[in-house]
Design a protein around this ligand. Structure first.
Ligand code: SME
Length: 169
């Protein structure tokens, strides 16, 4: 399977299905979380239209620390309960935000961001981190994005052995 300048299907579900096949191929036989999250972020960055940031934050010492990502440099540490990411991690609930400017406490790392989706990721039954994607388009993320990105995160939970890393709950 090629990963360079690939032509993705125009329809959203088909695009995600190809992205998921690519993620599965790239993570096949790989259990290192950093390697897998870095490749997943690169694939999403290449494959998803109208996004300006995508990546991971990982639990470390009771807060979320910046992990593998694509986009502009971002805030490094997010306390639990702060911003969209900290809310998703603390509540263990997906946050799909139509307009980030209406989200109390939203942390603006990139002024271009107007919509955001954050999906908690688990290890041994607890939140180990989040997938975070930002878009300049208000209302960019819909049910299909949420469903397909959740499948991607469930796959990473299955293939990554988070005890490989220094990250601690
Ligand atoms: N907007 C996020 C902060 C992380 S950046 O978007 C990369 C938040 O409110 O948690």
């Amino acid at each position: 399977m090629s990963f360079a300048s690939i032509a993705y299907p125009a329809d959203k579900a088909g695009r995600y299905d190809l992205l998921l096949r690519q993620v599965r191929a790239l993570t096949d036989g790989v259990s290192h979380p950093i390697a897998n999250m870095a490749n997943a972020a690169a694939l999403l960055w290449q494959g998803l239209p109208e996004i300006n940031w995508c990546g991971f934050y990982l639990m470390d010492g009771g807060a979320l620390m910046l992990g593998p990502f694509c986009g502009l440099p971002a805030c490094i540490r997010i306390p639990l309960g702060r911003g969209v990411c900290g809310t998703a991690a603390q509540k263990d609930e997906i946050q799909r935000v139509h307009d980030v400017h209406a989200f109390p406490g939203h942390i603006a790392c990139d002024g271009a961001s107007n919509a955001e989706i954050v999906i908690p990721m688990h290890f041994e039954g607890r939140v180990i981190g989040v997938l975070d994607i930002d878009s300049p388009t208000i209302g960019r993320f819909d049910e299909t994005d949420q469903e397909k990105l959740s499948v991607l995160v469930r796959h990473l939970e299955t293939c990554c052995n988070f005890s490989h890393t220094v990250y601690a709950l």
